[in-house]
Design a protein around this ligand. Structure first.
Ligand SMILES: [Mn+2]
Length: 343
């Protein structure tokens, strides 16, 4: 049996002894943790409470935006998504789309934020890896609220490590491929996470499927590298021509061509900036909000979900909480689709 790959950041010489427990909740930055939980769900933030909760799903915040290449602010994403307005009390939530009560069939907790502090990006990515690993080790499916897209590298690696030696396919919704070699010399910024996951061996290139690509980045060489790795991608042009549902059905089959479970990564900039303005690198001509929500139901209803993230919500650029609400509903659709399968 092969050993799981190496999570390269763990070998940094600058790594402290107990980074994860280094700061108390009170010492963490003001935008982290101790605001309201997602959907007012119970907190289960440590091993004891996670063991007791025996949750099916655990929300994890990753308030990190030191990987952005353009406009920052995604560190405020977890707080905004948790606080997005709803019209229901969480106990009585009822999915009209799926005809189910999400919290009747599923135990969901909020595991709080990974203990991230600003100015130490590599440490932040390590503690995200540790937090997602912790949640998964207690049997809960982690749903990570970003944060910029850098967090998919430590989060996806943690989920892949947890299911090892079985493997995950990745479904990645994004305007951008995020497969750049480096960003101004940084290997771990938000344009690089997918390349790190492939290079370190957490996911096979042929099971890495991207949906919604458009615009002018990355460049031709990067797409050539993706082709060499066996990546499959579906551009917005293809979605315009074939429709989102048919494209997503192909994506599911490609991601599961080998692996038996899925890591779903949703960059909110896959949606048109008109419906998701609060993001750092908007790209015109994206999905409709309803197409993304339908895709999440389609995917989670059809596959075994091993982990998920929703990233790149940048509240300083948001208007009327439009983007935070959409990200919140993306999470709700996943929870409701998991519940509908249980019902
Ligand atoms: Mn992205």
């Amino acid at each position: 049996m092969n050993d799981p790959p190496d999570f390269r950041l763990e070998h940094s010489e600058l790594r402290g002894d107990d980074e994860f427990g280094e700061f108390s909740t009170i010492d963490l930055p003001y935008y982290s943790d101790w605001h309201g939980s997602f959907e007012k769900l119970p907190w289960a933030t440590d091993d004891g409470s996670l063991a007791q909760a025996r949750a099916d799903v655990a929300i994890v915040g990753a308030p990190f935006d030191e990987g952005v290449s353009s406009r920052p602010g995604a560190r405020f994403g977890p707080r905004a998504i948790r606080m997005a307005p709803t019209t229901w009390g969480s106990d009585s939530a009822w999915s009209i789309q799926l005809d189910t009560e999400p919290y009747t069939h599923l135990t969901v907790v909020d595991a709080g934020d990974a203990p991230i502090v600003p100015t130490r990006p590599e440490r932040s990515l390590r503690v995200i890896h540790q937090k997602v690993s912790q949640v998964a080790s207690h049997g809960a499916i982690p749903i990570v609220l970003g944060g910029d897209h850098s967090i998919t590298y430590p989060s996806g690696a943690a989920v892949a490590r947890h299911v090892w030696p079985r493997s995950v396919g990745v479904l990645h919704f994004d305007a951008h491929a995020d497969t750049g070699a480096d960003q101004w010399g940084n290997l771990y910024a938000h344009g690089q996470p997918m390349r790190r996951l492939i290079e370190e061996g957490w996911v096979a290139g042929r099971n890495f499927v991207q949906v919604g690509l458009r615009g002018y980045w990355p460049d031709r060489e990067t797409f050539a590298w993706m082709r060499e790795q066996g990546f499959r991608w579906h551009t917005m042009v293809e979605i315009e021509e074939r429709g989102a549902e048919a494209v997503v059905a192909d994506g599911i089959a490609e991601a599961l061509d080998g692996p038996d479970r899925i890591y779903l990564s949703v960059d909110i900039d896959v949606v048109d900036p008109g419906m998701a303005p609060g993001t750092g690198t908007p790209e015109s001509g994206g999905l409709l909000a309803r197409e993304l929500l339908r895709a999440v139901r389609q995917i989670v209803g059809a596959v075994e979900l091993a982990g998920m993230d929703v990233v790149e919500v940048s509240p300083p650029y948001d208007t009327s909480e439009i983007t935070a609400i959409l990200a919140h509903r993306v999470v709700m659709e996943a929870i409701a689709a998991l519940a509908a399968k249980r019902a």
